[in-house]
Design a binder for this molecule. Structure first.
Ligand code: GLY
Ligand code: MN
Ligand code: MN
Length: 454
């Protein structure tokens, strides 16, 4: 089992950045343990899960708290013990198994940062877990409920998790390098998928071209690829892939990422077939998306970027003649939300929708979504080092359009144009963007495409 191909980053740089990353995680953990009143932190990598009444496992998903320390994504039944002032202890489960390929012997730049113990059976980890800390409740154990081993039952203290989740919003230098690499892999694969679309491929063929180009097995993707041709582009999280191409491929909406050491990219591109009206829509959305990316600045309330996106979408609808209402009236009346019914984006990192998007502080105070915007996934003020997606969309969703038809504003809609554009499904353009201490943001996605050249 190999991890995502990693031919894009100089390994030496990554190793140096990782040393600093571990030091930061040690400091964050010591601080979080102080808040929760525990002496040590024990993190389960996770356990394999099986289908009901069956022996087939689901795709393993590592505990993100484990992945934060280690670039190990396919390692169930391992444990990490973090004690302030000590080298972290990794109990690494490498079973003797001739049915499957077990994890490789520990190797790589990360190994020297851990006190390493290799066990052959999951229950052997018990001998190396600190039972002395258990009885008095001095141990914070982070993991899923079914990752329990004997008396080591995850207790997931809220105060500790809140502090760790809040801190995770701002990335370390190591994490940024991982995210850059995930973007490069994703951009390369988007290029290949676009070529397949132009050649008339089916959704399934486009998906396979994507996998081939980024070097990931399907199970290594950070989320299921969304590969929508034509009207399927109007389904926000379209989950199927038709095996046969449509008679005419008018548009492709591809929302697909990649991962590096457990860190995700999340990239959406939409392409047309040269139809002038749809091309104008694409060009307008591209310009709007870039203006929104430019708002990713330290101190900005992310909710304001979401509201600005509604004004942008309303402007596109007005300029294209789809809706004959000014921007303010569209946003206030919920018309922009008919065409843009999701949030502008979210935090990105170890999880595609990374944790902590609603936290005002490390004690877990929640920041509400703006009223009438139930799908926004991030309400925080932007800080340097945060990585967010900026993903405005404009779709022709039959269910929502039917509701609009029943409203008085229906008279302001050019329904013939809506019918024409509905054949293309919709547009989403999504970049992964780093907030910097000052100046313009770093656009991981655009930088990755630029490296590929034309
Ligand atoms: N790929 C899911 C999202 O963009 O949030
Ligand atoms: Mn996204
Ligand atoms: Mn996406």
């Amino acid at each position: 089992m190999t991890d995502a191909r990693s031919d894009l980053s100089p390994a030496a740089d990554l190793a140096a950045l990782y040393t600093d990353h571990i030091a930061q995680l040690q400091a964050r953990s010591a601080h979080a343990l102080g808040l929760s009143g525990h002496e040590a932190l024990l993190i389960a990598s996770g356990v394999e899960k099986f289908a009901f009444l069956d022996d087939r496992p689901y795709v393993f998903q590592a505990n993100p708290h484990f992945k934060a320390w280690l670039p190990l994504t396919q390692h169930p039944d391992s444990w990490l013990l973090v004690r302030p002032g000590h080298k972290p202890r990794l109990i690494y489960c490498q079973p003797e198994d001739y049915w499957h390929v077990p994890p490789q012997a520990p190797a790589g730049f990360w190994v020297e940062h851990f006190e390493l113990i290799v066990v052959r059976r999951p229950e052997q980890a018990l001998e190396h877990l600190p039972a002395a800390l258990l009885g008095a409740g001095r141990l914070a154990i982070v993991g899923e409920a079914d990752a329990a081993l004997g008396d080591f039952v995850p207790n997931n203290p809220k105060a500790l998790l809140d502090a760790l989740h809040f801190a995770r919003g701002a990335k370390t230098g190591y994490e940024l390098e991982r995210l850059r690499e995930a973007s490069r892999l994703g951009a390369r694969a988007h290029r290949a998928a676009h070529a397949a679309f132009r050649a008339g491929a089916s959704e399934a063929q486009i998906h396979r071209a994507y996998l081939e180009a980024c070097g990931h097995a399907e199970r290594e993707l950070p989320y299921a690829n969304i590969v929508g041709l034509n009207e399927h582009a109007a389904v926000l999280h379209y989950q199927y892939q038709d095996l046969t191409p449509p008679a005419q491929s008018r548009s492709l909406l591809l929302d697909a990422g990649a991962q590096s050491g457990g860190y995700a990219s999340d990239i959406t591109r939409t392409w047309g077939n040269g139809d002038p009206a749809f091309q104008t829509l694409l060009d307008e959305m591209e310009a709007a998306q870039l203006r929104l990316v430019d708002r990713v600045r330290a101190g900005t309330d992310y909710r304001d970027i979401h509201l600005a996106a509604h004004a942008e979408v309303a402007g596109v609808l007005r300029r294209l003649g789809i809706v004959a209402m000014d921007e303010e009236a569209q946003v206030a009346g919920g018309i922009s939300a008919v065409f843009f019914p999701h949030g502008i984006g979210h935090l990105l990192g170890l999880q595609v929708h990374d944790v902590g998007g609603f936290m005002a502080d490390e004690t877990g105070t929640l920041l509400p979504r703006p009223e009438g915007h139930p799908y926004l996934r991030m309400t925080r003020r932007l800080q340097p080092g945060m990585v967010v997606t900026i993903e405005p969309g404009l779709y022709f969703i039959p269910m929502l359009l039917e509701r609009l038809r029943a409203r008085p504003e229906s008279a302001q809609v050019d329904w013939a144009l809506v019918r024409h554009l509905s054949a293309f499904g919709g547009v989403r353009i999504e970049d992964d963007v780093v907030c910097r201490a000052d100046g313009a943001p770093e656009n991981l996605t655009r930088d990755a495409f630029a490296r590929l050249g034309d």
